[in-house]
Design a protein around this ligand. Structure first.
Ligand SMILES: Nc1nc2c(ncn2[C@@H]2O[C@H](COP(=O)(O)OP(=O)(O)OP(=O)(O)O)[C@@H](O)[C@H]2O)c(=O)[nH]1
Ligand SMILES: [Zn+2]
Length: 223
């Protein structure tokens, strides 16, 4: 008997017996098959398939509700992780006073208006004030807020807020550049537009020269 982990609505994992599917104990399972999913969400997806005129019992769609529930769970997993968990105490004392920049961090998010993807790159910089953060944590912080229903402006600001909160740095700069499927696949159907958003805090707001250096470094020269 196979045990599959499912997620009830409250987000806590529980294990249920799933007698329909039998696997040899050591047999490889399909990718993602054992990952938890929310059965209520899966049922809503099944209902959506019916409303779209599809037959959820046809072979290609039989496991689609679970797949979609798992995928949506992952794409909104940022709701269930805290900033502290993401940072994991990777804050270190350092006397450096120069800008630290990680650029070209790719992100994937869902717009909150259509629940369609928007994705692109985010560039994150800060000027330390006695503390630095593990570099990977900048990318993890970006994912923490990208994996939610978002607007690009808020995503950009939340990343800046998070860094201010954990580092109290002299300044933070965040620039996001993205394309929105809701503007490409539907609606206005513009394939070549890109959206740029930015959040400038502390010395990046008050020091135009530093801001220019940052924008130059991320290839977004502006006045
Ligand atoms: N500011 C902002 N707007 C967004 C973002 N993602 C999607 N939108 C916009 O949200 C708006 C929703 O507008 P509505 O008129 O309520 O919805 P709609 O009829 O589907 O709009 P269209 O996309 O113009 O067809 C659209 O203009 C989208 O382009 C985002 O990250 N930031
Ligand atoms: Zn949208």
């Amino acid at each position: 008997m196979k045990h599959e982990t499912i997620l009830p609505v409250n987000g806590h994992a529980e294990t249920v017996a799933q007698s329909q599917k039998v696997h040899e104990p050591d047999a490889p399972t399909a990718a993602g098959e054992d990952k938890p999913y929310d059965p209520v969400l899966a049922d809503l997806v099944r209902q959506m398939l019916v409303r779209l005129g599809e037959d959820p019992t046809r072979e290609g769609l039989v496991r689609t509700p679970q797949r979609v529930a798992r995928a949506m769970g992952f794409l909104t997993s940022g709701y269930h992780i805290s900033l502290d968990e993401v940072v994991n105490d990777a804050i270190f004392q350092d006397d450096g006073e120069e800008m630290v920049l990680v650029r070209d961090i790719e992100f994937y998010s869902l717009c909150e208006h259509h629940m369609l993807p928007f994705f692109g790159k985010v560039h994150i910089a800060y000027v330390p004030n006695g503390k630095i953060i593990g570099l990977s944590k900048l990318a993890r912080i970006a994912d923490l807020y990208a994996r939610r229903l978002q607007v690009q402006e808020r995503l950009t600001n939340q990343i800046a807020d998070a860094l201010e909160q954990v580092l109290a740095p002299r300044g933070v700069a965040v620039v996001a550049e993205a394309v929105h499927f809701c503007m490409m696949m539907r609606g206005v159907q513009k394939q070549h537009s890109a959206t740029l958003t930015r959040a400038m805090r502390g010395v990046f707001k008050s020091d135009a020269q530093l801001r220019r250096e940052f924008m130059d470094a991320v290839g977004q020269r502006q006045g």
